[in-house]
Design a protein around this ligand. Sequence first.
Ligand code: HEM
Length: 458
Amino acid sequence: MSMQSVASALPAFSGPPKRAALAHIPGDEGWPVIGRTLSVLADPKGEVERMAAKYGLVYRTRVLGETSISVLGPEANELVLFDQTKLFSSTWGWETVLGRLFPRGLMLLDFDEHRLHRRALSVAFKSGPMKSYLGELDAGISRRIAQWRAQPGQILFYPAMKQLTLDLAATSFLGARLGPEVDDITRAFVDMVAAAVTPVRTPWPGTQMARGVKGRQRIVAYFSQQIPLRREKGGEDLFSQLCRATHEDGALLSTQDIVDHMSFLMMAAHDTLTSSLTSFIGALAANPDWQTRLRDEVNALNLRADEPTSFDKLEAMPLSEMAFKEAMRMKPPVPSIPRRATRDFSFKGYAIPAGTMTSTNPLFTHHMPEVWPEPDRFDPLRFTDEEQRARHRFAWVPFGGGAHMCLGLHFAYMQAKCFARHFLQNLSVSLEPGYTPQWQMWPIPKPKDGLRVTLKAV
Ligand code: HEM
């Protein structure tokens, strides 16, 4: 199928249904104009839990100026995410949040066009390139942990992790030979990512959105200028991989496609990794027994401090992987996933019209006590093979599922386990007695005060 015919096959969106068309679905649309936006912003988890307790697992709400429905629990996740009949559009689900700054990122494409682009991008996630990213990640993490070890004491973990993730992306995504423009590019990128989640969606002068739009212009200019150079003599970094990637007919991705995919990939990786690694280390600080178990696992790898981490060694860290999964259960980096119905459908007896914004909620599902007993307890043993087999396959969805399932999932595990190896081999982490960090859970979970932890050399 040519790209032309695929693009024209994109689902048209002729606007959301009239509010009255959703009136039969139980729910509460809150105040005029602002709807329930403020309740969602103030306490996203509590809001969904209260609405679900009152109205059930399908309810009507009004957020950011639109009446929408939430569908909750593993079955709803399966319906919306697995979606083998192309009932739900991701393009028109994410458009409001990400459309301006990350247009035509992979998650913003639908159906046949999405499948073609996903296939082209997947070369950059095969084992050869992944090994090369691991080399860069390993070296960068090892250097940073050595710095932390040399200056033990209290640090704010979240900003430190954010900086590390950004520095790692500069080398593994853009290439170690990035010149003096590195600061300029990373600043532009940080502005874009911050703008993606800012409540003011119009780029008025002085707003984060205006900085984001300017950041995008800078990034677009940089990528466009680099593409021919990378095609000629690029390295093994992700950007160079995409510059050489082709569609099924052998045609290289267009400059515009590479720019859009790179911007989206960097955004998709950045806040999610920062959030999940912060909750992972926060959980180990709060659960010293688990910290010891994982350190024992790392020490059993028998790696000298300066020895690189290989794929095989990462394979030998099952407990660390389970603990990372449990951290993402408790604080999923993407707490809700929006879609828009392309046709009328019904779920749990409710008729829902085409065009309805339909959101699933990993954060809610991951805390359903009937699926996850004692949901607030950190227990990596929930992720033994046996326990996982016994659960609904859409009960744990931090990476989504179906056609749009996170393409960087293995990259994320690789970075998390590589980080766990160097961190635990060198440092112990603890919280001050009586200190319970508070988390803001939406749009991406982060500790409100940055997470104060104490690091000590081991
Ligand atoms: C712990 C870290 C991460 C989490 C929790 C996460 C989560 C997710 C989720 C939930 C989705 C699907 C959203 C939807 O269905 O609407 C997604 C999609 C995606 N993620 Fe990740 N992500 C992570 C890291 C990464 C990394 C490191 C990369 C790249 C290196 C990446 C690249 C992508 C891409 C390209 C998509 C779009 C896939 C598609 O639409 O086909 N992610 N991610």
